[in-house]
Write a protein that binds this ligand. Sequence first.
Ligand SMILES: Cc1ncc(COP(=O)(O)O)c(C=O)c1O
Length: 438
Amino acid sequence: MHNFGLTPSTEDLSPEHASASDTLFSMNGKHGVVDSTLDERQDGFTWKIDEWWQRTEQAKTEDLYYYFQPVEAVDGAWVVTEGQRKLMFATYSYLGLLQHPRIIAAAQRAVEKYGAGTHGVRILGGTIDLHVEMERTIARFSDREDAIVFATGYVTNLATISALVGRGDWVLSDKWNHASIVDGCLLARGKFVRYRHNDIDDLEKELRKAPEGVGKLVVADAVFSMDGDILNLPAAVEICRRYNARLMVDEAHSLGVLGATGRGIEEYYDMPGSIDIKMGTLSKTIPGVGGYIASDRKLINFLRHTARGFVFSAALPPAVTAAITEAFHVLEDEAVERNKILSRNVRHFIEGLQAAGYDTGLTETPIVPIMVGSEERALAMTQYCQKHNVFILPVLPPAVPEGSARLRANVTAAHTPEDIDFALGVFIEAGRQIGVIE
Ligand SMILES: Cc1ncc(COP(=O)(O)O)c(C=O)c1O
């Protein structure tokens, strides 16, 4: 009997077991005896929990389930999972910094000096000097007055949008924005409007409806995470200025990737200082965890005292904090060279796929959607690639529209030209066998 590992099964509820777990399940008669498990009881949640159980079990039975594979070893662009060496194409480590010796050494020094954790939340006892140095480094790299770091990129969007957009304010979000932006908009108490993807005319139409004098926040990804296309920044900036709206841009997939020195979308368009609120993650090009906002010092001060995901959540541990700071220094020293390799790899990969007849959507970046159409094809393609030593995962509806299931391949600077050729060979053979391409 499956019980999700959350409760002991009835067989486990012997008197001996009862005394051992007295604090969890009071068996002394005072509060009654626990005589059924969640698995046996039915309630209003059962149907949805069971639905997911059946879905995942079926995929596992058919050998189509490749999520949560534990990586046992990392060697540049190659990993080992369950003893099998695979070329990694499901990574966000765009510049290949995961095992950079300078970053590893910085993390080691920090853990030796400060220990593994901190005294809790930043606003109380949790701040160490490494946090201050990290935020200053991010602010300088982003060419902004100040920066604030949250526990994850997801929390950064959630906490920032919900702190800023209060009752009566408006938040306008691109329809293809990342889930963390959508969730931030849902949590905010203002009016939430979604405009058509990268359609600045539609954005203007919506902005025109906002009442005079209310706060207006426009939010968009710099590089859209499922399709790899790029925000039309010049048009977005122009319209935001015209309607006195603040522009927030999520640089999760553009930091280190866009612009010759990897500084992101402003560098790509040669529009320094044009974004009001620069958001980024510290788990992709930067090999750590966390998210940041870089902006003017007053906005950062406001977030430090009002963003609930910051005020009520723990500080990043010392090792991660030091690794992040060092990673930005590595970007300052090495991004130009690594970026050139990345661009070469992206061109090589996209051209190879397109020449074989694949549809790669709108991408211009290292995020390359390999469109396959149905969920069944995406799962079959994944299975073929995984069995032939390419680590890739499918993106399925509802994460993308029905009929646009895809493999999302991420190219990095750690791939060699031989790696790209090897992957192309596997993707092309998979597509032919499954009938996606001829
Ligand atoms: C565009 C975008 N924003 C935010 C996030 C969330 O970042 P994190 O994984 O650091 O929480 C992601 C994660 O993939 C993302 O793609």
